[in-house]
Design a protein around this ligand. Structure first.
Ligand SMILES: [Zn+2]
Length: 308
């Protein structure tokens, strides 16, 4: 490691910095949130990336993006890759200028995936691909006008999948500025995207900063630097808002909750079991990691939870 990393090394230790440098993180969607997360991870020592985005940076993006006017017209993944190399010249970056649906193979060798797209259908497709690969994934959402946001790391077959998680959060957590009002988050628009106005850069990057911090923590699982979090989901506010219906939270506060896996989930429950021809097993808990390993569906990705 060059002098570039001296201060990070002093903070987290050389062993942990080496560990982060060995990790490969994918980021799908290099918009305001995903771009900030990717750059933040690179500045914390992660040095291997897969960046996937089909969009070009437009002038209208500039006030809410890590890339500035010099990158207008460039592919967003390529622009963020360039910014990462300006911070870490040794970074190894697999840039995919296209849709994730055409680039599933770039998930094969990842340690964690950052899902920073806003299309819910694409998120569900990514969720299924992550389950197949036993790939951990980080999902963050910013509420309408940046009033707040949430974050969760989804660990396949260890807690909820994204389908279980999103169903529980949308139904169980009322996110609204006005008590008794409608959900501001989770209203799916015609294009399949969350029907919400984006927040200011300061509001988006607050959630994205938390997301990046939690990813670093997850990548350091099994080390002394890892901190056990009080729940699998964090909800944060930027202003006064009801995270839980009828309970007003103060600005810049957070609430940890635990979202359970739905044993009847169509994605991580019975349907996957069917596809693996494991129906004969009388296992109401759903499929176990051992079952999955025995099925031969995935064998390459080694989970690190056992080390803790
Ligand atoms: Zn599920």
């Amino acid at each position: 490691m060059s002098n570039l990393w001296e201060r990070v090394e002093r903070l987290i230790g050389s062993g942990n910095l080496d560990r982060l440098a060995e990790k490969k993180v994918g980021v799908v969607g290099l918009g305001s949130g995903g771009g900030f997360v990717a750059l933040s991870l690179a500045m914390s020592g992660v040095s291997q990336f897969a960046l996937i985005d089909s969009d070009e940076l437009e002038r209208g993006n500039i006030t809410r993006h890590v890339a500035d006017l010099r990158y207008v017209g460039a592919n967003k993944a390529a622009a963020v890759a360039d910014l990462i190399r300006q911070r870490n010249p040794d970074a190894q970056i697999d840039v995919r200028e296209g849709l994730i649906e055409d680039n599933w193979n770039c998930l094969d060798d990842l340690d964690l995936l950052v899902v920073a797209v806003d299309n819910e259908q694409v998120k569900y497709a990514i969720n299924e691909q992550c389950l197949k690969r036993r790939l951990r994934a980080s999902y963050a959402g910013v509420y309408e006008r940046g009033e707040g946001g949430d974050h969760a790391i989804i660990k396949p077959f260890d807690g909820p999948c994204y389908a279980c998680w999103s169903e529980a959060t949308r139904e169980g957590v009322k996110v609204s500025l006005d008590p008794g009002g409608d959900l501001d988050y989770g209203m799916i628009g015609e294009m399949g995207t969350l029907d919400a106005e984006p927040g200011l850069w300061v509001n988006v990057t607050k959630v994205a900063g938390i997301q990046a911090d939690m990813i670093i923590n997850e990548l350091l699982l099994g080390t002394s630097a890892h901190v056990e979090m009080p729940g699998n989901t964090l909800l944060v506010t930027n202003t006064y808002m009801d995270i839980i219906e009828g309970q007003e939270s103060e600005p810049h506060t957070g609430l940890w909750i635990e979202i359970e896996r739905d044993p009847d989930c169509l994605v991580c429950g019975e349907r996957l079991k069917q596809s693996l021809s494991l129906l004969a097993k009388d296992d109401s808990e759903g499929i176990s990691l051992d079952d999955l390993a025995a099925s031969g569906l995935t064998t390459d990705i080694v989970f690190e939870e056992e080390e803790g």
